[in-house]
Design a protein around this ligand. Structure first.
Ligand SMILES: O=C1O[C@H](COP(=O)(O)O)[C@@H](O)[C@H](O)[C@H]1O
Length: 258
């Protein structure tokens, strides 16, 4: 266990979502290179919502070693994989259908277990254990990169304000049957997993995010779900936001340099 306090978040604000997208792609490629140089694979967790669109800077990028990626979902809606509400379906439409990633490297929920949430989330946890536990022998998986979004209520992944899952300390993957945002049934990575990642990046674009960004970053003491993302040392939290989303922020942002 680390004795250092978590590093403060690094906030990068970009003039437009286009600049953000290309900087985010460079950031992901750098994280990928460091991970592959160190251990020959790159583990990443993706979110749904507005995030997948912001990854388009990776399409056609020859520095991306797709065959070395192991992709998980930070959260997933419990619906068939080709359902319009599925995060996997969205990531496929926005990214995976446009790049040469082997299908086996995308770790989806098991579509045969949709009727039993407990079995489904246990099976996804086993999927994580297969990837991380034997190779890294750690109490919690250490993702090279987790990409998150933030909803207007401050939720992230499928961790919602006031929900009992915010207190989960042991499980790697948990389920929720009463999501306030449809669809109600979801699974999610828990804080112990999110907060053990090497890097966590929130991506927020557009004026619709301005209010909640200020709440999450300027008033972390409110304890909104997104404010509880504090990777343990030496993990680092980043925010990639555009100027519209950053319009109400009081905390300073930093120039983006690789
Ligand atoms: O329901 C969800 O919402 C969050 C935030 O979505 P956004 O559209 O406001 O960016 C998303 O990160 C998560 O994956 C998704 O399941």
């Amino acid at each position: 266990m680390s004795h250092h306090p978590p590093n403060p978040p690094v906030i990068h604000s970009f003039a437009s979502s286009e600049v953000l997208m290309s900087s985010l792609a460079s950031f992901v490629v750098k994280a990928q290179k460091e991970a592959i140089d160190k251990k020959g694979r790159f583990t990443i967790a993706l979110s749904g919502g507005s995030l997948p669109k912001q990854l388009s800077g990776l399409i056609g990028n020859h520095a991306v070693k797709w065959d070395m990626w192991q992709v998980f979902y930070a959260d997933e809606r419990v619906v068939p994989l080709d359902h319009p509400d599925s995060n996997h379906n969205l990531c496929t439409a926005e990214l995976f259908s446009k790049v040469p990633i082997p299908t086996a490297n995308i770790r989806t929920i098991d579509p045969n277990l949709l009727s039993d949430l407990e079995e489904l989330s246990d099976a996804y946890e086993q999927e994580l254990i297969r990837e991380f536990a034997q190779k890294d022998a750690a109490r919690f998986p250490v993702f090279d990169l987790i990409l998150l979004g933030v909803g207007p209520d401050g939720h992230t992944a499928s961790l919602f304000p006031g929900h009992e899952l915010l207190a989960e300390e042991d499980r790697w993957v948990a389920y929720i049957e009463d999501s306030p945002k449809p669809p109600p049934k979801r699974i999610t990575l828990t804080y112990p997993v999110i907060n053990h990642a090497s890097r966590v990046v929130f991506v927020a674009v557009g004026e619709g995010k301005a209010e909640i960004l200020s709440e999450v970053l300027d008033s972390p003491e409110k304890g909104l779900p997104a404010s509880r993302v504090k990777p343990v040392h030496p993990g680092q939290l980043f925010w990639f936001v555009d100027e519209k989303a950053a319009a109400k922020l009081r905390v300073p942002s930093q120039d983006f340099k690789l």
